[in-house]
Design a protein around this ligand. Structure first.
Ligand code: SAM
Ligand code: SF4
Length: 316
């Protein structure tokens, strides 16, 4: 069975935030003053997650990304991944800050994770430490190498360019993709909490691409994979992707559902509309909730919409 929304979009992808706790404090993700980090008991339980996924799978769900907060902080993550894998969902991936990934790659792979995205916003250790509120660049780089060695590939590197903060790092990431088989993805800064801060600091994909082309020549267009427009520097081992939620809305082809760490089902990142997945719902009621969410998925986002929740709660 296939899930199609009112606008005939096929919905087969779930981004599952398993916790809103995080060991870092990235400047753009958890703005000061926003409530973050609820106790683990407020998160959706493993059993409820598995029940929801089992129902959604019957309706055509085929791809899940685990996110957070930092998903590796969730104690029963491996059991959740294994349980979902046993339900028959094969396309399982994880987005992480890479601070704790290196030593856990093998167990994640054995549980069913196929690919990882690692968020790295600077290749200069001091800058990385500043942006992440205390993170260690070496740990993130080590995770990237270990993931590649163990075949959790293509390893994708998420980089959010921020004017006057890490714009001078953009070419270093281009260079990284030139010499290594990584997929570096530049993500436009999205507004969380304070709209004016992000408007001042945002670098649009076109500007980032222009900067790279000035040094490396015209980028070779590859494919469009989900929300990422992909390119390669001529002769490079890796690729460069541009994710443009602010300058090039991809609402028309959106195939996503989201579940926040507290079990709210969202059909649009930029909408406040959420449906609560309660533990006590029967399977039938849970199925009805899912179908209702899909029916009510908006056609597109509102202009100048701003996320009212920290990205760490929604999962990015
Ligand atoms: N903690 C994990 C990590 O950092 O990869 C997973 C959760 S994090 C919320 C998921 C992704 O969202 C990261 O790649 C992060 O860079 C991105 N992100 C967070 N806040 C953002 C914002 N305001 N604009 C654009 N991307 C953002
Ligand atoms: Fe934590 Fe990821 Fe948000 Fe950074 S982007 S604060 S690592 S959840």
């Amino acid at each position: 069975m296939e899930l199609r929304d009112t606008y005939n979009r096929k919905i087969d992808y779930l981004r599952l935030s398993v916790t809103d706790r995080c060991n870092l404090r990235c400047v753009y993700c958890m703005p000061k003053g926003m409530p973050v980090c609820s106790s683990p008991s407020r998160c959706l339980s493993k059993e409820t997650i598995l029940r929801f996924v089992s129902i959604a799978r019957k309706h055509g769900l085929r791809k899940i990304r685990f996110t957070g907060g930092e998903p590796l902080l969730r104690k029963d993550l491996i059991e959740i991944v294994r349980g979902i894998s046993e339900l028959g969902i094969e396309d399982l991936s994880l987005t992480t800050n890479g601070q704790m990934l290196a030593g856990r790659v093998e167990e994640l792979k054995a549980a069913g994770i196929k690919r990882v995205n690692i968020s790295i916003d600077a290749l200069n250790a001091r800058k990385y430490h500043f942006i992440t509120g205390g993170g260690c660049l070496d740990k993130a780089l080590e995770s990237m190498r270990v993931a590649q060695r163990h075949g959790l590939s293509p390893v994708k590197i998420n980089m959010v360019p921020i004017r006057s903060i890490n714009e001078d790092e953009i070419l270093s990431f281009a260079e990284l993709s030139y010499h290594n088989p990584y997929q570096v993805r530049f993500i436009e800064l999205m507004p969380v909490g304070d709209l004016s801060w992000s408007e001042k600091r945002r670098m649009l994909s076109q500007e980032v691409m222009g900067l790279i082309e000035k040094s490396y020549g015209r980028l070779v267009p590859l494919d469009v994979e989900g929300v990422s427009r992909n390119f390669r520097i001529q002769g490079a081992s890796g690729t460069l992707g541009f994710i443009s939620p602010m300058s090039d809305h991809f609402c028309g082809s959106c195939n996503r559902l989201r579940i926040t760490s507290r079990g709210m089902l969202k059909t649009c990142l930029f909408s406040d509309k959420e449906l609560k997945i309660k533990q006590r719902l029967s399977d039938k009621e849970m199925e009805e909730l899912l179908l209702r969410a899909i029916r009510e998925k908006p056609a597109g986002r509102e202009e100048r919409a701003c996320l009212a929740k920290a990205m760490s709660q929604v999962g990015g």
